[in-house]
Design a protein around this ligand. Structure first.
Ligand code: WTA
Length: 656
């Protein structure tokens, strides 16, 4: 990346020494304001995580904070709990009439659920699921947009000990079928359709197509009537409202689960062509979600919290559903898009709901910045106390804009680094303790082991580039890592040497660290691309392209994008005699069918050939450098140097 662009999209702000202190008024009221927390946690590791465990209600107390001196790691060993009881039942005594869930619909309608309401409907739906045959450990797939029935179904599953698997509503039939088969899931909750930019999308048709493509059977499908047309139902299909009405007033005792029992699975993109299933535990994950929600997002029970991520991704699981509800706060759910019907929709919602904490993606901040400050300026945003970002690096210019125009210069910003795999935030400032450095996420959270190392596994000097490695287990770790002996990496071949650590996890992120231990993220070093905070495996998309008739060869790499930080660039060489226009449309349709509209490449570049080594391997790094306009480095291994010029001119002259 050229330096100028890095200033825009990466780290340079942090290296320039800019520091912003949290205002005293924030520090005074912060959940965590004692800088001693870092040393305290350090001195008492892993016992320090009792702070997270003890924030939950346990049906059976745990015997040890971390069982097992080595893998398998058992967080809160011996303990039994239920996630739905922790998010609902335990709040009834103190706050049954407080709003638990505030839903803002696409078409301007809204629904408000008190803790009592939410508890009631979760119980009723849990009873319905049971009657449909869902037992403990049966995986229930939830293929729903941002409607209240989604968190309700999640909590109903948790209540009866059935792990949920939420599949992002924008994924295609193929993608849904693959995920249901991989999870061996026989139960589906979906909806008839939903509105996007005012137009209905027929979700049930997609779900029906997935059922046809599936290898396994579907025992029961529950359909939420979102479009209000009374969707026709076939055999084994049930209307959500009818089910809930049939179970009116039913109560279901929360099933106590072992701390290490599975709460849910979620699919994300890895370096292989297949989506990776990440499995999170009931005790460790929930404790970590709650602990980080109070320490990092400073959520208090009386707060209204708005995490704008879709629940289809991990961010929505942790900071829309489980974290805020475990703390007894009000969580807000918004079905629509930020610019519909007007570009002030987000600010209008914040004003109307007096939102205290707003958590979003840097891509969204850059879009708000582009639309202009007149939209936020027209609203009273003084209820906001804290702002957050997640999913990608935030460039200093966007950070400053967010700080000034949304936070009025008064709200600290937490730039939280984490992954689907980590369950919750891992690297961030503590907003009531640390100074912020625009562009840099901050230090590893108290108790978290994170280091930036070189290829030999040695710590890099301040300012040097290296790999971010997590060096200690943490409560939010997924099952696969808890079970892993030694070092954990997605790919054995490309990782720094980790021999110096008893246990370590390579995050596949590049980073630098400064003298104060602040980590600045530089992006993925594997073949995963982060577009607008969503993860895509290049191989997953390349596989789809390779199957398109008329495509001879294709490679997908990351390219620059002002708004999204990164964009998906597909380089395609066409077979003889194939029209580029036809192929462009075919490429678009194939990706939309196989994965979903969100994975359709932003730019498709046709090239007679792809840059290759003498042994015929596609030089993806070189392709990425050309795309970014970077220095190409050593190109002596390149068999066909002439293609570089051809690609450069194709990039200069993009198709419209
Ligand atoms: C990137 C999202 C810079 C990173 C919670 C990571 C970030 C990937 C940040 C995980 C941040 C996440 N600054 N980069 N604050 N947060 N990332 O699994 O590359 O969808 O590996 O989890 O997002 O994406 P995932």
């Amino acid at each position: 990346m050229p330096d100028e662009q890095r200033e825009e999209h990466g780290a340079a702000g942090a290296l320039s020494g800019e520091r912003v202190s949290p205002p005293a008024s924030f520090v005074e009221q912060a959940n965590v304001s004692d800088p001693g927390i870092y040393d305290e946690f350090e001195a008492d590791w892993p016992e320090c995580w009792a702070a997270a465990g003890d924030s939950l209600d346990w049906e059976t107390d745990y015997d040890r904070v971390l069982g097992g001196d080595g893998p398998p790691f058992r967080w809160f060993e011996g303990g039994r709990l239920n996630a739905s009881a922790n998010c609902l039942d335990r709040h009834l005594e103190d706050r049954k009439n407080q709003v638990a869930l505030q839903w803002e619909g696409r078409l301007g309608e809204s629904r408000t659920y008190s803790y009592l309401d939410l508890h009631r409907e979760v119980n009723e739906f849990a009873a319905a699921l049971r009657e449909l045959g869902v037992g403990a450990d049966d995986v229930v797939t939830l293929y729903l947009p941002m409607v209240p029935e989604l968190p309700i179904a999640m909590l109903a599953c948790a209540r009866i000990g059935a792990p949920h698997s939420v599949v992002f509503a924008g994924f295609s039939a193929d993608a849904l079928a693959t995920r249901m088969d991989a999870a061996d899931s026989e139960y589906l909750v979906t909806c008839d359709g939903y509105y996007r930019r005012g137009a209905p999308i027929h979700q049930k048709n997609t779900a029906d197509n997935a059922a046809i493509e599936r290898e396994g059977d579907v025992e029961a499908t529950v359909v939420v009537d979102r479009l209000g047309n009374g969707a026709p139902l076939g055999d084994g299909e049930y209307d959500y409202d009818d089910l809930v009405a049939e179970h009116r007033g039913a109560t279901v005792d929360p099933v106590p689960r072992a701390a290490s029992d599975r709460l849910f699975r979620i699919y994300t993109s890895g370096t292989t062509g297949e989506p990776t299933g990440v499995r999170h535990t009931t005790g460790g994950y929930l404790a970590y979600a709650a602990w980080t929600a109070q320490a990092v997002l400073d959520i208090k029970p009386e707060d209204t919290h708005w995490c704008s991520a879709d629940i289809g991704w991990i961010t929505g699981h942790t900071y829309t559903v489980y974290g805020p509800l475990a703390l007894g706060a009000t969580t807000m759910l918004y079905e629509g898009t930020p610019d519909y019907p007007e570009k002030d929709r987000v600010w209008d919602l914040i004003e109307r709901n007096a939102v205290d904490v707003f958590y979003t993606a840097p891509t969204a901040v850059r879009a708000f910045m582009k639309w202009g400050e007149e939209y936020p300026d027209a609203h009273d945003l003084s209820s906001l106390r804290l702002l957050g970002t997640v999913g990608e690096p935030i460039n200093p210019r966007a950070w400053r804009w967010y700080h000034e125009h949304i936070g009025g210069g008064e709200c600290p910003i937490v730039d939280t680094w984490w992954q689907t795999e980590t369950g919750g935030a891992m690297v961030s400032t503590l907003p009531g303790v640390d100074d912020m450095k625009p562009g840099s996420a901050g230090k590893p959270l108290p108790g978290v082991g994170a280091e930036v190392v070189d290829a030999d596994g040695d710590p890099v000097d301040p300012g040097e580039t290296g790999y971010l490695v997590l060096t200690r287990p943490w409560p939010g770790m997924p099952e696969s890592m808890a079970e892993q002996d030694g070092w954990f990496a997605q790919r054995e071949s490309v990782r720094p040497s980790l021999e110096r650590f008893d246990w370590a996890y390579f995050t596949e992120d590049g980073a630098t660290v400064d003298e104060d231990g602040y980590v600045t993220l530089l992006g993925r070093v594997d073949d995963v691309i982060n577009v607008a905070g969503h993860r895509f495996g290049t191989m997953e998309i390349e596989r789809v392209l390779a199957d398109v008739e008329g495509v001879a060869e294709a490679a997908v790499v990351s390219g620059p994008d002002d708004l999204k930080g990164e964009a998906l660039y597909a380089y395609v060489s066409a077979a003889e005699g194939v029209s580029e226009d036809d192929l462009r449309a075919a490429v678009h349709d194939a990706v939309e069918d196989a994965i979903g509209a969100i994975a359709v490449p932003d730019v498709v570049v046709f090239t007679p050939d792809l840059p290759k080594t003498r042994s015929g391997k596609i030089m993806r790094r070189l392709l990425e450098a050309v795309t970014h306009g970077d220095d190409l480095g050593d190109t002596s291994a390149l068999r066909n140097p002439e293609v570089v010029g051809e690609i450069e001119s194709a990039l200069d002259d993009p198709p419209t």
